[in-house]
Each structure stands twice: as structure tokens, then as C-alpha cells.
Design a protein around this ligand. Sequence first.
Ligand SMILES: [Zn+2]
Length: 406
Amino acid sequence: MNAAERFVRVCCEIGNFTEKLTGVSVVDAYFGPEELHPKTLSAEKSTTDLVHDIHQTFDALCDEIDDPLRLEYMMGELHSLNAVVDWLSGKDITYSELVEGLFHISMKKFSENEIDKNIELLTDLLQSYPGDSLHDKIQRFGKEGEITGDALQHLLTDELQKQSIKIGQEFREKIFTLMGASVPDNGVQYEAVRDVPWGGYNWYLGEFKSLNQLNIDRRFNKDNLQSTLYHEYEHHVSNLWREKAFLNTRNLELAVVPLHTGRCVISEGTADTAKDFLSVSESDSRIVVLNALTPISQMTGINAAILLNDEGKSVEEAIEYLINRGYRTREAAEASISFISPTTKTGKINLFAPYIFTYFIGRRDFVHPSFLKAVQKDVLPEFFKTIYMNPYSGSSVTWNKAFEWM
Ligand SMILES: [Zn+2]
């Protein structure tokens, strides 16, 4: 068994391990050979065996992988998966050690001062908007864009498919043309789901197809929905290129897409920067407001996760914080809790509890500043080629090295 095979095997077995313990596999997508598919591999390995396999894989990678970026990428991913196993096997690790171990970023609370600055910005934008207070204005703003009833039905059965085809075209016309390259795309199917901890999810199915699910327990707002569509479509696009790279190189590790690694920081970062990549109209005043509201919502979401997981605060305290400082409705605050809470409703470990950091940090510390630099230096074609055609750039561990040329 070569190093890449070992890597895929241990990744998929860890996926089976996390699925057994939490109900969620860390293997988010797989499009490799059948004999290494998670379904055909063991779901019964002990943590001792898994850790042993991880260490053997580390040694094999060092011996066999020559490309330094590829090696660093794979080592980083494996370190993260090792942290997943340590965490779920009950090792005594703090939340901050966990976030750092998984994502190679530090767990930092945002100061109330920093949040206040963002609130001031939003207050200015909404100055002439009707309402007694900022809370009131934001609630009205949300209500105004809300989609319910027949409109929601039409949206789910018809409109989303059309919008996703349009976004696919935008990627081809504005980005792939710049890159002078193309990738097969068999499209995205939309599906409405309930009783899940997230708002939207891109399931990459392989063979250049995705299933995007939207959680209809949450209230739909046309502005947020637009952001979600771009976000999820970018995940699809990024996996299209990954699958193409896998078919071209036959580098097995590209066929497995793990959650909870340095890859996620960049993946969520590029997804959250997709609207910037495609210069989606900022002349729309609702988008301007939404863009000012989003960082407040993301920063307070991260702070609430720290309250719950690191500071031992109660769910009710976290909800109050999300309402008071994040300007959420109680309903939205309660919905956010299911993603960041240490345990699920059924009392299992919530695998997503540390995940919230990836979005904001991925965009702010990695993808967005590099994108701005590429615009300023007039090197967007090379920038997009690095992101989409070099899959080993896509990790918080390798990002800076991959962009050294810039
Ligand atoms: Zn995402």
C-alpha cells in the first residue's frame, strides 16, 4: 500500500469512526476507487489502531511524497484528523486546543469594541431606514425580504434551479475564461430538508454533480438566500476542479474531501468570497446592508461558540448574547445554537461545535486579502488558477506558501 492509499484509507476509517460516535462522518465527499470507499472499510477500528495507522501514514508520506506543497498539505490534513480522533476519544483537550488542532488557526474572541465598530457602520447605513432602534430596523429589514408560502414553494421547485444555472454561467464567464481553462459541470440539484443543524449544505456527489440542501426550518430571506446560493455553488465549483485534478493526476488523496481540517478554512473562505470573485452587484442597497450585517453576525456567532464551549456558559446566556449583540431574532438565535453547541439534541457530541471559525477567519485572514492583492497586482488569472487548479493551495497550512509568487 503506498502513502496516498494509506492516507485515504485512514481518512475514510476516521470518517466511519466519527459517524459512529456523532452521526456525522468527517468524510464529506468521496469519488475514489470502490475498494477504498468508506462503506467498504472498517467502522470498528479502535482509537489506538487509528492513531497507529495515522503514525504509519505520516512516515510513509515523508518517505514517498516529493512535492513539498503536496506533502505539507497531506501532513496538515492528517494532523487535523489526528486531533479529531483525540477529541472524540475523550482526551482532555480545551476548545482552543481543538480549534487550533483542527484548523491551524487560533481561537480568539472578538472584543466588544470591535463588534461596536461594525455596529456603528451598520447604524449609519440604516440611518434613514424606518424603525425605533437598530434592533427594530434590522428586524424590519429581515421581514421585508422574507419569503414564505407560495413564493417559497415556487422558489424551491423552480427558481433555485434557474438561479444556480445562472451562477454556474457566471463562474464560467467571469473566472474560468480568465483562467483559460474549463471543467466539466453536471450541475447542482436543490432539495429542501428539515431538522439539520445548518442552513445550507453542498453534498458533492462525484461525477461532477452536487446536491445542495436547504434547511426550511429556518426563515428564508431573499438576500441571505442569494449569499447562500453563491456560497454553496462555490463549494460545488471547487470540488469540480478537485475531481478533475484527481482524474488527471490519479493522486488518490484528492478523491477524499475531509471535514475539520485546514482545507475547510480555505474552502469556507473561498465560498464566502465567491460574491467578490464574481463582483456581484454592490449597487443594490440591500446587499450593502447585508454585507455590513454579516460580519456582526459571524463575529457574535464565534463569540457565542466560545461562551458555550470554552467558558461553560449556558445555552440561554449564549442565546441572549446572539440576540443582544448579534441582532438576531430569538428564533434565529435558537437555530444558530444547534450548530455551535457542544452536544446535539440527542446528547451526542456535536461534530460541528468547532466549525464556525472557518468562515470568518477563512475569508478575513486568507482568501479575501489575497484576492484584493491579486486585483491590485493585476494577476487575477494566476490567482484563480492557484485556487482552482492547484488543489494543494487549499489549506490554511499551505495557503501562504502557495501564494508566495504573488
Ligand atoms: Zn460552506
